[in-house]
Design a protein around this ligand. Sequence first.
Ligand SMILES: [Zn+2]
Length: 326
Amino acid sequence: MRQAYIIGIDIGGTDIKAGLFDKNGDIREWRKVTSAVEKGKNVVLKRIKTLVKKFEENRVNILPVVGVAVAGIIDKKREYIIHSPNLQGWDSFDIKSALEKRLERDVVIENDANTAALAELWRGEGRKLKNFMLITLGTGLGSGLVINRKLWIGEDGSAAEMGHTKIVLGGLRCGCGARGCLEMYSSSQAIERIVKNVLSKKVDTILRIDSHTKTVSPKIVYKAAKKGDEVAINIYREISRYLGVAIANVIYLLGIKSFILSGGISNAYDLFIPFLKAEVSKNLFYPFSEGFQILKGKLGNRAGATGAAYLALQVVKKRKQQGKKR
Ligand SMILES: [Zn+2]
């Protein structure tokens, strides 16, 4: 393949991120706009088209397939969104056709946690791993499973939704409608709930709710924990307890030994990981209790778009192979 460029796009609830990559996965151009989901699908689609057009203005040799990561559960054929808490009003929407029509290019879509896993496989901590699970800790908890260096999507395409596995019987109500899902106990919304709960009691802490946004960002908790604030440190202990059980269950169930953390909370890796490793270990018997690793993802907030580009590249390669066989 001659030097060619690949477009990878990540449609999230807040931003649309788009990258122009070379075939080694190096970013040549990077663009970001707000998603404006509240303005409706057409506005979002138009914004994506504008991003792609800007790439096309500067380069001619762009692959005919565009990779798109979506924050939501998608169907097995990767054509429409089954459910997305971040892209409200997009449920049952045939996003593939809509984008292909607008962009006049073929489009391959995938769940954003899955593309983040592919990004680590291509360019990050997963490069030398055969099997691993990627866990993104953001507002929710997403995950992507790589087995034999391939994405495992399960029989109906929705595999590795670890955020909705149940960790507390009859527990807190999740955005999905069920109770006790892991993402209610181990995510930035969990951190926020715990902080609000703590601050409603008389405790000695430097943690405060931001008076403008009325929220507590994971960054505030991280800074407080770094200063030795016991309350903030305990928050990492608490979210680790739940995530530790979930990871130990995956180890017993699948025999996977490597986990890669990504998403906003993973920036607190140095504080958080000792607790998490101890919790995972506590829930496993020997030798499983020692034979696992938890790594910090390398791709940061570019993981979704990077993995989407990787996926597009795979589709083009496959087509070439099939073309040769004919
Ligand atoms: Zn749920």
